[in-house]
Design a protein around this ligand. Structure first.
Ligand code: COA
Ligand code: MG
Length: 292
C-alpha cells in the first residue's frame, strides 16, 4: 500500500473517477469533505460503490464520522453490509477509540454474517491536542489495526495555529512533532506509517519533495486528495531499482557468510539493523510488484 486516495462520498462523478486513478486504496469519505446536509446522500451512494469494486482493483476504506459526532453508528449501519476492506477513523483520541470501533464492527460483522475481524481500521491519530499526546496507546489497539496516519489541518484548527507551515512551507514544531510521533507509534504497533495529505494539489513538485522526505523518514505510504497526486506518490513509495539491488546484495552477502552479525561490503560495515532495513525494503518492493 503506497497511495490512499480520498474521494468525497457525496460525489458520484468523483467516486467513479477515484477508482480508476491508480491508487492502492480508495477512501470513500463520509466525514469532513461531505457537508452535514449531504451525509445521507453519501451513505446511500457508498455501499454500491464498495460492492462494485473489482478483484485486483484498489482496496476500499470508508472514513466515517468520529465517535463524538453521534453519526458513526448510522455510517456503519449503511456501509458494513457492503463489506469494505476497512474503516478510517478520524479524530481518534487513543487506542481505546480503535477498540471501541472494533467492538462496533464485531457486532456489525456478526449481524451481517461476515467473518469476525475482516474489516480493518486505520485511525488518524493527531487531529486534536490530547490525541497527539496519546499516540503511545496504539500498540494495544488490537488486531484490526492496519496502519496509522496523522492530520495537520484539524490539529492546527484545534490548537489555534493560523497555519501548520512556515514561510518556507515547512511544518512548524507542533506538526513536526505530530508527524514524528506517528512514525514512532506505527513502529511500536508494527503497522505501516502513512503520511498525511498535501493540500496544494496543483503543486506536484512540492508533493514529490514531501513524498521523498516521508519515504526517507520511514513512512511507506501517503494519502492523496486528487487523482493527479497518485502517480507521484506511487512512484516515490515504490523502492527504486538501485535500492532494491543494494538490498538484495546485502541479504545475499549475509546468507553467503552464514548469517553472521556483521559483514563488510565495498569497505563499509553492515550489521543486523542494516539487514532488517534491507528486508523491509524488499518486502515493500514485493508488495509493489517490482520484485518477485
Ligand atoms: N477523487 C476522484 N476524482 C477527483 C478527485 C478525487 N479526490 N478530485 C478531483 N477529481 C476529479 C474532478 O471531479 C475532475 O473531474 P471532471 O473534470 O471529470 O469533473 C478532475 O478530477 C479534475 O479535478 P480538478 O478540476 O483538478 O479539481 P476540482 O476543483 O474539481 O477539485 C478538490 C478539487 C480539492 C475539491 C477535489 O480534488 C476533492 O474533492 N478532493 C478530495 C477532498 C477530500 O476528500 N478531502 C478530505 C480529506 S482531507
Ligand atoms: Mg479533517
Amino acid at each position: 500500500m503506497r497511495s490512499l486516495l480520498f474521494v468525497p462520498g457525496d460525489s458520484e462523478r468523483k467516486l467513479e473517477k477515484g477508482f480508476s486513478a491508480g491508487a492502492d486504496l480508495v477512501i470513500v469519505d463520509l466525514e469532513d469533505s461531505v457537508a452535514p446536509g449531504n451525509k445521507a446522500l453519501a451513505r446511500a451512494l457508498a455501499p454500491d460503490v464498495i460492492r462494485a469494486r473489482r478483484a485486483g482493483g484498489p482496496l476500499v476504506y470508508v472514513r466515517v464520522n468520529d465517535h463524538a459526532t453521534g453519526l458513526t453508528d448510522e455510517d456503519l449501519a449503511a456501509i458494513v453490509p457492503a463489506r469494505p476492506d476497512g474503516i478510517m477513523l478520524p479524530k481518534s483520541v487513543n487506542g481505546a477509540d480503535v477498540q471501541h470501533l472494533s467492538t462496533k464492527l464485531r457486532v456489525a460483522e456478526i449481524e451481517n454474517g461476515l467473518p469476525d475481524g475482516g474489516i480493518r481500521i486505520i485511525p488518524i491519530i493527531t487531529e486534536t491536542a490530547l490525541a497527539t499526546l496519546s499516540t503511545a496507546t496504539y500498540p494495544n489497539a488490537g488486531q484490526r489495526l492496519a496502519g496509522l496516519t496523522w492530520g495537520a489541518e484539524d490539529l492546527s484548527a484545534a490548537i489555534g495555529a493560523r497555519t501548520p507551515r512556515d514561510e518556507h512551507k515547512r511544518y512548524t514544531d507542533v506538526f513536526r512533532y505530530a508527524r514524528a510521533v506517528t512514525l514512532l507509534a506505527a513502529s511500536a504497533a508494527d503497522v505501516p506509517a502513512i503520511d498525511t495529505v498535501f493540500i496544494d494539489f496543483r503543486d506536484l513538485d512540492g508533493l514529490r519533495r514531501e513524498c521523498a522526505e516521508a519515504e526517507r523518514d520511514g513512512f511507506t505510504a501517503k494519502m492523496a486528495i486528487h487523482p493527479a497526486q497518485v502517480p507521484v506518490i506511487n512512484e516515490v513509495f515504490t523502492p527504486a531499482a538501485e535500492a532494491v539491488a543494494h538490498a538484495q546484495a546485502l541479504v545475499s552477502a549475509f546468507a553467503a557468510a552464514g548469517n553472521p552479525g556483521v559483514v563488510g561490503i565495498d569497505g563499509r560495515m553492515y550489521d543486523i539493523p542494516h539487514l532488517k532495513r534491507a528486508e523491509r525494503l524488499l518486502a515493500r518492493a514485493r508488495a509493489a510488484g517490482v520484485v518477485a
